[in-house]
Design a protein. Structure first.
Length: 196
């Protein structure tokens, strides 16, 4: 994998373990010559991750919507900055650029992007690995909700298993590197003609 998008918070959270995870992931990207694609911010987890990579000469591509491009938020030190009109356009560009997705702790935006990525895989629109770095059990309740969805008949176990989960960077990256997307089930498409 040459380029990976990382979704994470514009806050650092209260526990320093999250910041440390962002630094560890950044160092992994540097050591393995992986380009970071991310939301373009210089604050919170986004800032720590991007600056870790940039400070060591790594490549960082920021993709940010015009309305978020304020001086106090945007990281102007990135290798390349792509400004989009909308959040939707931002997601499309990110998915076109990358070989895989990783989610670190964050808020609504992070969960939105995490589930959009997994949904694209479920629908066979993409075949890219989706990794979840479950530092400090941050995503335990999110994963528990997926179990409820399976138990209640709203999510297939095979689709749940498309989400690669680990509590440390090296294990997560191994899962990402060895990921095989599930084969598309054979669906018979019927063409319905409406003769008038």
């Amino acid at each position: 994998m040459r380029k990976i998008v990382v979704f994470c918070g514009s806050s650092l959270g209260f526990n320093p373990v999250y910041k440390e995870a962002a630094i560890t992931l950044g160092n992994y990207f540097i050591a393995n010559d992986i380009t970071l694609v991310y939301g373009g911010g210089k604050i919170g987890m986004m800032g720590v991750l991007s600056e870790t990579i940039l400070s060591k000469g790594g490549k960082v591509i920021g993709v940010i919507p015009e309305f978020l491009k304020h001086e106090e938020v945007v990281n102007t030190n990135v290798t390349e900055l792509i400004v989009t009109k909308t959040m939707s356009e931002r997601k499309v560009i990110m998915s076109q650029l990358v070989d895989g997705y990783i989610s670190l702790p964050g808020g609504f935006g992070t969960l939105d992007e995490l589930f959009e990525g997994v949904t694209l895989g479920q629908l066979h629109i993409e075949q890219k690995p989706n990794g979840l770095l479950n530092i400090n059990g941050f995503f335990d309740h999110t994963l528990k909700q997926l179990d409820v969805m399976i138990a209640e008949g709203y999510l297939k176990e095979s689709n749940r298993n498309m989400l690669l989960v680990a509590d440390n960077v090296s294990e997560l990256m191994l899962k990402m590197d060895t990921y095989n997307a599930p084969e598309k089930s054979k669906v018979i498409n019927k063409v319905v003609r409406h003769d008038h």
